[in-house]
Design a protein around this ligand. Structure first.
Ligand code: TYM
Length: 334
């Protein structure tokens, strides 16, 4: 009755410039999945979620375009994947209410992301508390089988599974009106930032994919290291520079760099953290060179972005409307 093809769906908040953590934790696999699920990949810009923290309309609009540009620059193909703005599908807010009506407070009180924000001194609004319910709605509305995310979002996906079950049991006698999706982690589910904590916009420790030249070197220069002087062996264990180099280098290249750390030399020259950072900046610049050019193209052509988002919204909304109709029928609202 609710037969749905294998489908992948994920979202990203427009709270600033996407960074290497977003890329290696999520976006890279989102784009790779286009080959596996052509026509069934759905990725959205979670602007409703961002309202819990971004309270300036112009900033939000600019951030939404920045995320869209980022996906397209990094290789999202709008023929095979649907890119859309969360708020273009207002049905998800209605579904949020249905799910809130069957979800216990205790489940939400256990949310790590919520607890972490409170621990960091953020004054919680009700939206922040309800965040996982909105997230469950904007997953379940599209009936995906797979939700590829970084590790920090996995608990939210598990909560989504619970909420699908609560709804199906409460309103549909256990019938799968809402499909329980599986989460999927990338091979680097937690990418460290400049200070070794998880890279995150809210921790101010990010590195962008699209910086280059002096700006990039300056940013990479901020990675925290110990103060071993040039010419003395460097510790490989726990080195954040080396951790990030691991995202770009093959095992053999990484082994060579570890040898440079231990001997404090490379190609017969002294080797210190500054040199390791230089290698990292070069690796980032090379890896994202073509993407940086596509990014500049979409910056100059916002009309192209808007057209892609509009087409995406239409397609996504069609799916969400069908799910809502089935949910309303199950709840007794139709
Ligand atoms: P957001 O915007 O914080 O992050 C988007 C994606 O990037 C991943 N990510 C990371 N992965 C590894 N290492 C890091 N340092 C790192 N930082 C971010 C996140 O895990 C995520 O996959 N609540 C979500 C947005 C959202 C969503 C959804 C996601 C709303 N609705 C439905 C999936 C499905 C968020 O704030 O992600």
């Amino acid at each position: 009755m609710y037969a749905t093809p294998d489908r992948t769906l994920s979202g990203i908040q427009p709270t600033g410039t996407p960074h290497l953590g977003n890329y290696f934790g999520a976006i890279e696999q989102h784009i790779a999945l286009q080959d596996q699920y052509p026509g069934e990949c759905f990725y959205f810009i979670a602007d409703y979620h961002a309202l819990t923290t971004v309270h300036d309309g112009d900033t939000l609009r600019a951030n939404v375009r920045e995320v869209a540009r980022t996906y397209l620059a990094l290789g999202l193909d709008p023929q095979r994947a649907t890119l859309f703005r969360q708020s273009d599908v207002p049905e998800v807010t209605e579904l949020t209410w249905f799910l809130a009506s069957v979800t216990g407070m205790g489940l939400l009180e256990r949310a790590h992301a919520y607890k972490d924000k409170i621990a960091r001194g953020m004054k919680p609004n009700v939206g922040l508390f309800l965040y996982p319910v909105l997230m469950a709605a904007d997953i379940l509305a599209y009936r995906p089988s797979l939700v590829p995310v970084g590790k920090d979002q996995m608990q939210h996906v598990e909560m989504t599974q619970d909420m699908a079950t609560y709804f199906n049991q409460a309103f549909a006698g256990g019938e799968p009106v809402l499909r329980r999706p599986e989460g999927q982690l990338s091979s680097t589910p937690v990418v460290p930032g400049l200070d070794g904590q998880k890279m995150s916009k809210s921790y101010g420790n990010t590195i962008s994919m699209f910086d280059s030249g002096k700006a990039l070197r300056k940013r990479v220069g901020k990675i925290v290291t110990d103060s071993t002087p040039l010419g003395e062996p460097l510790k490989t264990e726990g080195c954040h520079v080396l951790g990030l180099l691991g995202l770009f280098k093959t095992n053999a290249e990484l082994d060579e760099i570890k040898t440079n750390y231990r001997t404090a030399t490379r190609n017969g020259q002294p080797f210190g953290y500054g040199h390791a950072k230089q290698l990292l900046a070069e690796a980032i610049e090379t890896r994202f060179d073509a993407a940086r050019q596509r990014h500049a193209h979409f910056t100059a052509h916002p009309d192209e972005l808007d057209a892609i988002l509009a087409r995406g919204a239409e397609r996504a909304r069609g799916l969400a409307r069908q799910t809502l109709q089935d949910c309303k029928k199950a709840c007794g609202l139709r």
